[in-house]
Design a protein around this ligand. Structure first.
Ligand code: NAD
Ligand code: LMR
Length: 336
């Protein structure tokens, strides 16, 4: 298929799916870090979401250009761009705030190496959310997610506005990758595949549950191990391929747009199920990703782990020390 006809097909698909979405109540969405590698395509995808009536694009640099560009797309959302003095206005009245602000990895770095810079960025931005849109649902993308979500929680607690139902770490890219790799390996229609991914969002803390995949297809021990490791190292695969020019941006924008769409559907009374990294009592880790039900107040229900295979039980045990220490690091930082 030529590139042109593939694009035409995508455009037709998008307009069909937007036409079938009920426009519903128009929601205000703010993207913080909107001029970045993730922020730009995410801004476009949220502009295409029929549930969005106002879209605030905030960044410390480059937002006027992105806002002018995206604003020409003939969809419902009204675009406003905000520079570094406009954070309060960008946030006021927001229903959902998506935060991809911060630095990405370069080859050889772990996500935890980003803590030094991104911890402070997330703390400051979430503080502003707590002051200017305390009831909003926050979608945290900035890495290391295992620590930035606890930082956000402590920051909101210190302002007296923390609601655990409304703070969500975005781990959708892990689910997107697990689905893609599994479908590719077994020759399945990827649109019919579902795989829960639990734990956190870094290395071995990412645990895809192929034993709970639908459709269920037999995997050899080698295939299972290879698929699990590829999902855990998916971010590094992209970082290495980009060779110093950042990490996943396009697939991440796609994943973030899917996740934000589910949050908006939930707010608009159409509950959805997604995997997300949230405050949780499912395991001994105080924050943990499992399937959650999203509805009018954010997370309505946190699902359990379901039946795990012995391979997955071992993966769960192995991740715990690392996950808990990254959570504690975030909590200590926010309290300091
Ligand atoms: P990028 O450098 O391309 O963009 C980041 C943007 O954030 C820049 O435009 C920058 O100006 C902006 N920014 C920096 N400080 C800010 C502040 N205080 N307020 C507002 N904006 C600010 O990086 P990227 O590729 O878009 O990645 C962003 C973050 O997302 C990184 O931390 C990366 O590791 C993370 N990420 C997470 C996932 C995930 O699955 N959760 C996936 C991919 C990337
Ligand atoms: C990803 O999973 O792609 C992101 O967390 C970015 C990274 O640093 O790998």
């Amino acid at each position: 298929m030529s590139n042109l006809s593939a694009l035409q097909q995508l455009a037709a698909q998008l307009s069909r799916s937007m036409a079938t979405q009920s426009a519903g109540i128009g929601r205000k969405v703010a993207i913080l870090g909107a001029a970045g590698g993730i922020g730009q395509p995410l801004s476009m995808l949220m502009k295409m979401n029929q549930q969005v009536s106002q879209l605030s694009l905030y960044d410390i640099a480059g937002t006027p250009g992105v806002a002018a560009d995206v604003s020409h797309v003939n969809t419902r959302a009204q675009i406003k761009g905000f520079d570094k003095d406009g954070l309060a206005d960008a946030l006021r009245g927001a229903d959902v705030v998506i935060i991809p602000a911060g630095v990405p990895r370069k080859p050889g770095m772990t996500r935890d190496d980003l803590f030094k810079i991104n911890a402070g960025i997330v703390k400051n931005l979430v503080e502003a959310c707590g002051k200017h849109c305390p009831g909003a649902i926050l979608n945290i993308i900035s890495n290391p997610v295992n620590s930035t979500v606890p930082i956000a929680a402590e920051t909101l607690k210190s302002l007296g506005v923390y609601d655990k139902r409304k703070l969500l770490g975005v781990t959708t890219l892990d689910v997107v990758r697990a689905k893609t790799f599994y479908a590719e390996k077994k020759g399945l229609d990827v649109t019919s595949v579902d795989i829960p991914v639990i734990g956190g969002h870094a290395g071995i803390t990412i645990l895809p549950l192929f034993s709970q995949a639908t459709p269920k297809v037999a995997l050899t021990a080698e295939e299972l191990d290879a698929l699990t490791k590829r999902t855990q190292d998916g971010g590094t695969e992209v970082v290495q391929a980009k060779a110093g020019k950042g990490s996943a941006t396009l697939s991440m924008a796609y994943a973030a747009a899917l996740f934000a769409d589910s949050c908006l559907r939930g707010l608009n009374g159409q509950p959805t199920i997604e995997c997300s990294y949230v405050e949780s009592t499912v395991t001994e880790a105080p924050y943990f990703a499992t399937k959650v039900k999203l509805s009018t107040e954010g997370v309505e229900k946190i699902h359990g782990l379901g039946d795990l295979s012995d391979y997955e039980k071992a993966g769960l045990k192995a991740m715990m020390p690392e996950l808990i220490s990254q959570i504690e690091k975030g909590i200590e930082f926010a309290k300091a």
